[in-house]
Every structure is written in C-alpha cells, then in structure tokens.
Design a protein around this ligand. Structure first.
Ligand code: FES
Length: 66
C-alpha cells in the first residue's frame, strides 16, 4: 500500500530539547528509530519551488515534480 502525504514545512519543530521533522525527509523516520527526529535533510531541499509538489523515493531522489 502506498500513501501520498503532502508536507509544506521546510523546517523542524523544537519540542523541549528535541527537533521534530516536519518536512518528511529525515532518515531518522524509520523502523529502527521510529521517532521522527530532524537529521538536517531539510537543508538539502530548501531551494525547492514552493509552487510545485516534489515526490521523493526512499533515497531522497526526486521521482516527480507536479
Ligand atoms: S525538518 Fe525534516 S529533516 Fe529536518
């Protein structure tokens, strides 16, 4: 099953001493480390065109732009 979720935030949210990923691109969002902590991946995509929707694969490669 696949699910398409559109996230618009480009920055993490600080909760206490933790930074929570809001961009959906963190590699810390997996089965071994299920807490969605920011790993800095959002910085690589800060120049995305905000009028478009980017779809990534599990290797953070863009697979489509709408
Ligand atoms: S907010 Fe997602 S990796 Fe930082």
């Amino acid at each position: 099953m696949a699910r398409k979720v559109i996230l618009k935030s480009k920055t993490p949210l600080k909760v206490g001493e933790k930074w929570i990923c809001r961009c959906g691109l963190s590699k810390k969002w997996n089965e071994e480390d299920p807490q969605p902590f920011c790993d800095g991946s959002h910085k690589k995509f800060s120049d995305e065109d905000e009028s478009k929707v980017f779809t990534y694969n599990e290797n953070l490669e863009v697979i489509s732009v709408e």
